[in-house]
Design a protein around this ligand. Sequence first.
Ligand SMILES: Cc1cc2nc3c(=O)[nH]c(=O)nc-3n(C[C@H](O)[C@H](O)[C@H](O)COP(=O)(O)O)c2cc1C
Length: 272
Amino acid sequence: MHEEVKIRPFWYTDMWVFPKLITIITTLDEKGRVNAAPYSHIMQYDVMAKTPRMMVGFRQDSHTFQNIQATGEFVINCPSADYLDDMMETARFWPEGVNELEHTRFTTVPSKYVKPPTIAECPQVMECDVDQIEILHKSSGIVIANIKAILMKEGLKDMPRKERLPEMNLPIGLGDESRRLYYHTYGGEVSEHELMEPPQGLAGGKIEFTMQWDNDAQKQMMRIPVGVREMVVKNTEEFVRNKGADMVTGALFKELAEEYGITDDLLERFEG
Ligand SMILES: Cc1cc2nc3c(=O)[nH]c(=O)nc-3n(C[C@H](O)[C@H](O)[C@H](O)COP(=O)(O)O)c2cc1C
């Protein structure tokens, strides 16, 4: 039996667990002073586009949100679990103009494309600039941001994910209680689960071509996972039409796939 819980602003999220990635967002104010604070209301946005974006939700009167509105730039730094106490230090309601990082073990280095600094100790970092801001009435400020750069600590980029995850040891927030005690989880086991194709999945799938596909292109299409095949067919045909061609060739298919980062290496992962 389930028991219904009252839906309240802010608080209900703590009852219904949303695992949230712990990040520290660095910004500059209009005077160029560094500000840092934890934010975990953060998600990928528009992921299937060629240039995926990010979504971050802020209390509208936070220094971070005000700085982003004023300067249009920020850096998302993900600390490892070893720095959870330092991260909590940056969450305090310090007065405007205080660089919270000075109260922690964190050090900064210049970012690559934006002015706010990068936290040197963070294994993964993302530099962003604002695409759009939505001020929700009596609620949060939502920032949709372009990803200017993704940076990984040296050695992580080419590490298989199975090893990279424990190496980064990123904490996940599991909510809080009374806005004072925060719960996080990290480390532990990394388990692997294979996504299986349905029987005959690779051979079947619902595909409707609206133009001719040469053999090579059809063969390549069969390597695309069934779940996204319909969308890939549509996008490919649109791409080919925009190029002024009337047949999908293997070469054109490959050109589009590469633009989307669909490489041989990636496709091999879906094959049995
Ligand atoms: C783990 C953690 C996650 C947080 N996530 C958010 C968030 O997603 N949005 C938000 O508005 N505040 C969030 N906060 C609260 C802000 O970090 C806090 O209000 C901070 O003082 C704001 O600092 P600022 O005014 O310098 O931006 C979070 C705090 C913690 C400890």
